[in-house]
Design a protein around this ligand. Sequence first.
Ligand SMILES: Nc1nc2c(ncn2[C@@H]2O[C@H](COP(=O)(O)OP(=O)(O)OP(=O)(O)O)[C@@H](O)[C@H]2O)c(=O)[nH]1
Ligand SMILES: [Mg+2]
Length: 427
Amino acid sequence: MAKNAVLLSITVDIDEISALLRTLDIDIVREVVQKRTFPHRAMYLGPGRIEEIIEDIADTRIDLVVVNGILKPSQHHALETQFGRECADRVGIILKIFAEHAHTDEAKRQVTLATLKYELPFLREWIHKAKSGERPGFLSGGAYATEVYYEHARSHIHRIEEELKRRTEQRELRRRRRRNAGFFLASLAGYTNAGKSAILNALCDTSVEVDGRLFSTLSTTTRKLEWSAKRVLITDTVGFIKDLPLELVNAFNATLEEVFLADMILLVVDVSEPMSIIERKLKASDAILTPRLQGQTVVVVGSKADRLSESKVEEVRIELESRAGPRRVVLTSAKTLSGLDQLVQAIDHTYGNTNLIRATLPQTDEAYSLISSLYDIADVQQNSLTNNIQIVVTCKEGDYARIHARIKAVGGIIEAANRRQCEDDAP
Ligand SMILES: Nc1nc2c(ncn2[C@@H]2O[C@H](COP(=O)(O)OP(=O)(O)OP(=O)(O)O)[C@@H](O)[C@H]2O)c(=O)[nH]1
Ligand SMILES: [Mg+2]
């Protein structure tokens, strides 16, 4: 039976939390929006409003109070005691979905880790309140037990972190083996529900779950790209969502590294949504992705283009290009397969560009002319600053030494270089 929830929000923007709740089969039976710049310190919404809601729902079956935002432990404690119901904020809801969708051992461990880390501050608050006598009778005689649980949770976190570290090492080893076998690794990244798994299924011989619910994919699938004669592996894994605390993102590190440490990233964004949402989701994905990349080529893949009218396609492409920065944009549909050949061409173009040089160049004519010539043989990202130009070049092994020398010849300083051999370039 579906659960009934009251939703508390300080913005009218409740589409995403509604989609998250639908995924969990939770019905919103009361939706309370109190527009505020900041949540109320004590109970998220003003105490008067909370009292009204409690009166208002007295005769309704409510299983859960959901907050469309992130709660502080004290607010969570106050709301649960006021409503006498379980209370969950946005992160709590996302974790419930993760728990339902985690099927593999690793995914389950990561969800447990994320949940324990999330719950710990709340638990601390309950202990604090019980000890300070603010909740006489609450946890009667149970404060000690809660404290024991708290300690147990901390050691459990430590244990899982150790296990996941081992998994991370195993994954690193597997990536190295794949590269040594001459495979080029591309990963599908992007907001949850963007259509990543559908693209994997269309490009490779897979039938991973494709579903309108959020976070259908939590574990990782890697398959050979069937559309290309080259040795390319594509990985599909967990999607992104905005405003996830960094600690929770980090709990999924072992899985997310498959995205971040690939040779090339296909950043998928659903172009059938309004441009304001496309922009927001692209920004949220970038916020998670960009700081963790090491200069790999990113292609922005617009998905679900079949949902656009023919006249809209060009308009959306231009808008997306203006938001994609220096990255190439390809519009695709996993349903009609349109644009997938261009996506494969983009992968083929980048194939083998696994050698990375990050450098700072002076702002001279020679440096600019070197950069424009590099575009013909490598993937180049450049950023002109006041006094110099920063570039990240990903190139083939055969061109590496030459590019390295030419950068130095125009007075460039090599900041970082990472040489990785791929089969096509092997002597
Ligand atoms: N019309 C249309 N719908 C699509 C296309 N690709 C995916 N969808 C739909 O979009 C929804 C999400 O697709 P998925 O491939 O599961 O998305 P995902 O990015 O893997 O999502 P998560 O794993 O949940 O993060 C599903 O309902 C798909 O049927 C497409 O090319 N055209
Ligand atoms: Mg998926």
